[in-house]
Design a protein around this ligand. Structure first.
Ligand SMILES: Nc1ncnc2c1ncn2[C@@H]1O[C@H](COP(=O)(O)OP(=O)(O)OP(=O)(O)O)[C@@H](O)[C@H]1O
Ligand SMILES: [Mg+2]
Length: 305
């Protein structure tokens, strides 16, 4: 693990993303906001993996998108290598994007079905004007080789491949510009369980080989634990717990984290029963806790226009 002294590679401070909820037949009025990310702060050192875990809708993807500015943050600061990403103009943002990439959750939806494997992996090189056509061709084959995808299939289309193979294509594309940081947004949750470990191992190997830094998003705490140095737990747009992976996993401090842990499926039926009881206990504790802090009422997404 390499590190540049004490300066984090990425520093997120009080990040917020509110989505307006509109209503009204004649005039669009913003009646409320979905507080998808509501004051999130964390930093990631170079070469480190920070796991970001939380149940569906807790704001994990939105956090990742705001860091890359695929979504514009409502408020807060994102510093990458000491530069304020939220204030960058178009050109500077383009340059910074070379250093920050993303691997999406669903390799079925995120790869353009009309593009060949070679075009998908090489597109970032074209967009950023890297090398000649011939250079790019060689680089694409090298990248495919690195991720364990047979480079002789460059002219095939994504639909010809399984989910695991497709995710390898997505990872090769993310690596194309030699990024420092990769946001892995649930990179294995759409894959067969038997394939998940292979892709996770690949991501680990690539990290060692290229000194990559990961923000690793998942809703499965067991997956996050296997990948991460530290774990941040997200609930309703806020971080409720952040600490060394083993500590968060073995001695969670927050009820929400305990509930997440209890939700991890284990095949042993007796254990399952015990966990079910555990889960119920935690749910009650959570409900009580939320009643005390006055949790916001559930927002109706259907009202979003
Ligand atoms: N473009 C949008 N417009 C309105 N609301 C949105 C938008 N994108 C996300 N949201 C809402 O913001 C909240 C957080 O969503 P987000 O996708 O970040 O959650 P997540 O933790 O990634 O969930 P999952 O595990 O299902 O991927 C949710 O309530 C979601 O419905
Ligand atoms: Mg998500």
């Amino acid at each position: 693990m390499s590190s540049n002294g004490d300066t984090p590679l990425l520093e997120v401070v009080d990040l917020k993303k509110y989505f307006p909820i509109k209503s009204g037949l004649l005039v669009d009025r913003t009646v409320d906001y979905v507080r998808a990310v509501d004051g999130v702060s964390f930093s990631i050192m170079e070469g480190e993996t920070l796991g970001l875990v939380g149940e569906s809708g807790s704001g994990k993807s939105t956090t990742g998108y705001c860091i890359l500015r695929l979504l514009e943050p409502t408020e807060g600061s994102v510093r990458f290598e000491g530069r304020e990403v939220t204030e960058l103009g178009r050109e500077d943002l383009r340059r910074v994007r070379r250093e920050m990439q993303i691997v999406f959750q669903d390799p079925y939806a995120s790869l353009d079905p009309r593009m060949t494997v070679g075009d998908i992996v090489g597109e970032p090189l074209v967009v950023h004007g890297v090398g000649t056509r011939r250079d790019r061709g060689a680089r694409v084959r090298e990248l495919l080789d690195v991720v364990g995808f047979d480079p002789t299939f460059v002219n095939r289309y994504p639909h010809e491949f399984s989910g695991g193979q497709r995710q390898r294509i997505g990872i090769a594309r993310a690596l194309a510009l030699n990024p420092k940081l990769i946001v892995c947004d649930e990179p294995v949750s759409a894959l067969d369980v038997s394939i998940q470990a292979q892709i996770l191992n690949l991501l680990k190997d690539l990290q060692d080989e290229f000194g990559l830094t990961y923000l690793f998003i998942a809703h499965d705490l067991a997956v996050v634990r296997a990948m991460s140095d530290r774990i941040a737990v997200m609930n309703r747009g806020e971080l409720v717990e952040l600490g060394p992976a083993e500590e968060v996993y073995s001695t969670p401090r927050e009820e929400y984290t305990k509930a997440l842990l209890a939700a991890v499926p284990v095949p042993d039926p007796r254990k399952m029963k015990e966990r079910k009881v555990e889960r119920r206990k935690h749910r009650h504790a959570l409900a009580e806790q939320e009643a005390i802090v006055g949790a916001p009422p559930e927002v109706e997404i259907e009202r979003v226009v």
